[in-house]
Design a protein around this ligand. Structure first.
Ligand code: PRP
Ligand code: URA
Length: 209
């Protein structure tokens, strides 16, 4: 069964507060999402495997460590997931980035796919699927299903804020996928928005609406 991890580092919680605040404008919102994505990437990569190597320092030969194991891939769910990519690449610049385009139909709340472009070797990569919001879970679940159909075998899901309903949906549909959250909120409202949440992540990131 996939694990649910709330990354409650004080810096993540502090920045999330300003991300939630309706008075935070587009520029600051974008910068804060970027920063939180970096902090979450730091936490999510904590258990990456290492291998021992030798390094020549100016003084002597020393035992040291470098990353080993699978290469990484970052998969933002368009469009709001884009806001988390650069922050993650700050820490893992060699990761390849694939894009899955999905929007949530405002009437049915069902995800509609419109774009998919992935690294050719996703089956060999450890993928981190990113989207600020996990609400009903429909979009993330559809993205994970699509990625599995394209060959992905090793995935994590990383979101800033989730509703319990979305977490349950992912656990049911994708029990093999661990979930990493900045915060687990109270519920969804009648329009499928996370309460208290942050509003519409895509609109706040890109200044639309
Ligand atoms: C938002 C968000 C998620 C989805 C979450 O995207 O970024 O992708 O809704 O809702 P769900 O869990 O109920 O599927 P939206 O559809 O607003 O598209 P956008 O990123 O293009 O704004
Ligand atoms: N999508 C968002 O951007 N915000 C929500 O609260 C739910 C879905």
């Amino acid at each position: 069964m996939g694990q649910v991890n709330v990354l409650d580092h004080p810096l993540i919680q502090h920045k999330l507060t300003y991300i939630r605040d309706y008075r935070t404008g587009t520029k600051a919102f974008r910068e804060l999402v970027d920063e939180v994505a970096t902090l979450m990437a730091f936490e999510i990569t904590r258990n990456l495997p290492l291998e021992e190597i030798e390094v020549e320092t100016p003084v002597c030969t020393a035992k040291a460590y470098q990353l080993a194991g699978k290469k990484l891939g970052i998969i933002p769910i368009l469009r709001a997931g884009l806001g988390m990519v650069d922050g993650m690449l700050n820490l893992i610049p060699a990761a390849k980035v694939g894009h899955v385009g999905l929007y949530r139909d405002p009437e049915t709340l069902k995800p509609v796919e419109y774009y998919c472009k992935l690294p050719s070797d996703i089956q060999e990569r450890e993928l981190i699927v990113v989207d600020p919001m996990l609400a009903t879970g429909g979009s993330a679940s559809a993205a994970l299903t699509l990625l599995k159909q394209k060959g992905a075998v090793n995935m994590k899901l990383m979101c800033l804020i989730a509703a319990p309903e979305g977490v349950e949906q992912i656990k049911e549909d994708h029990p093999d996928v661990d979930i990493y959250l900045g915060a687990l909120d109270e519920k969804l409202n009648d329009h499928g928005y996370i309460v208290p949440g942050l509003g519409d992540a895509g609109d706040r990131l890109f200044g639309t609406k």
